[in-house]
Design a protein around this ligand. Structure first.
Ligand code: NAD
Ligand code: IPM
Ligand code: MN
Length: 351
């Protein structure tokens, strides 16, 4: 038996609903592949913040370091400023464990209509830089609340940081359809982006079989709505990748289906698996959240832990559940979160 110790942070809002649904599916597929998950549930998040003034304990990162992977729902609530919830948990985890790749696949799923219009199937992956760029720690706010208030945040792009994400994306493209699109904004306004383009171009010299093009991110956003089927791998900075991944997820059906993996490719630290969406306070507590993004993130975790066959079986099972009509409201169905999880387990077949 392959045993894996997984830190689970369900977090806030619908995280508390979609994470148990996904854990149920993961246990079911694990049983069929001689895998045993040892779930370590951590009650970190906004309730922890209310009780202790911190999103996680002082030694939270040390606790996480002792796990094979981190399985996260979402954090963020309407009554606590996001600056506390996000800089207090999500961002420190991504940085402390050098999870510099944020992998966000987007695919047309059976039975899930695109809200835009019908077209050829979408099958793309966004490779988002996850440790630097626009999400820098350099800057802040001064003279808060006064007429002289200033807010500054310096984008930080390093050659090492851009190089490794470009290399990862190019290698991924080489193993797929061989197309790489780099999201940029290098028309003379944003000074960091010509640098991004140069480093990407240098990396591409090592990938002669990859056809690469750079697209200005504004035009790319429009093109992703009109022609999403044309894209294979998209490499993007932290902020651009964030925006494009919600956009592409919605175009393919719903951000409720969109998964992500925050990867530390050398495997020196645990990676973290979480859906693209947030805590969805507008639907939390109703049992109607779409758990597919969380379940698919679980499949990405299985894959990263070396269980490709189990990952593939889980994906096939949720695709079959969707195709058979068990769908939540955001994708045109009436099923609850728990009903989707039950249907996925049923489609795994006998254990
Ligand atoms: P959101 O992704 O939570 O929700 C956006 C919209 O999509 C809402 O209408 C919501 O109901 C819908 N939606 C999202 N996930 C869904 C699902 N699984 N099933 C059905 N519908 C779904 O984004 P938001 O409302 O902008 O943010 C809410 C909070 O979540 C904020 O505090 C934000 O900072 C936080 N957030 C956290 C993470 C994270 O922890 N990784 C990611 C994104 C946003
Ligand atoms: C995501 C989220 C986060 C991000 C927020 C909540 C900080 O939107 O994971 O996509 O921007 O990285
Ligand atoms: Mn986002």
């Amino acid at each position: 038996t392959a045993r894996h110790r997984i830190a689970v942070i369900a977090g806030d809002g619908i995280g508390q609903e979609v994470v148990p649904a996904a854990v149920r599916c993961l246990d079911a597929v694990a049983e069929r592949h001689d895998i045993a998950f040892d779930w370590h549930h951590l009650d970190w998040g906004s309730d922890h913040y209310r009780a202790h003034g911190r999103m996680m304990p002082v030694d939270g990162l040390d606790i996480l370091a002792g796990h094979d992977a981190i399985f996260l729902g979402a954090v963020g609530v309407p009554d606590i400023p996001d600056v506390h919830t996000l800089w207090g948990l999500l961002i420190p985890i991504r940085r402390a464990f050098a999870q510099y790749i944020n992998l966000r696949p987007v695919r047309t799923l059976p039975g899930v209509p695109s809200p835009v219009f019908s077209r050829d199937p979408i099958d793309l992956v966004i490779v988002r830089e996850n440790n630097e760029g626009e999400y820098s720690e350099v800057g802040g706010r001064v003279y808060q609340g006064s007429a002289d208030e200033i807010a500054i945040q310096e984008s930080v792009f390093t050659r090492r940081g851009v190089e490794r994400v470009a290399r990862y994306a190019a290698a991924l493209a080489a193993g797929r359809r061989g197309h790489l699109t780099s999201a940029t904004k290098s028309n003379g306004i944003v000074h960091t982006m010509p640098f991004w383009d140069e480093v990407v171009r240098d990396v591409l010299a090592d990938f002669p079989d990859v056809t690469a093009r750079q697209e200005l991110v504004d035009a790319l956003a429009a093109s992703l709505v009109l022609h999403p089927e044309r894209y294979d791998v998209i490499v993007a900075s932290n902020l651009f990748g964030d925006i494009l991944s919600d956009l592409a997820g919605a175009v393919a059906g719903s951000i409720g289906c969109a998964p992500s993996a925050n990867l530390n490719p050398p495997g020196e630290h645990p990676s973290m698996f979480e859906p693209v969406h947030g805590s969805a306070p507008d639907i939390a507590g109703q049992g109607i959240a779409n758990p597919i993004g969380q379940i698919w993130s679980g499949a990405m975790m299985l894959d990263a832990l070396g269980h490709a066959a189990a990952a593939a079986q889980l994906i096939t099972a949720f695709e079959a559940a969707l195709a058979s009509g068990t769908r939540t409201r955001d994708i045109g169905g009436t099923a609850t979160t728990a009903e989707v999880a039950a249907a996925v387990v049923a489609h795994l077949g006998p254990s």
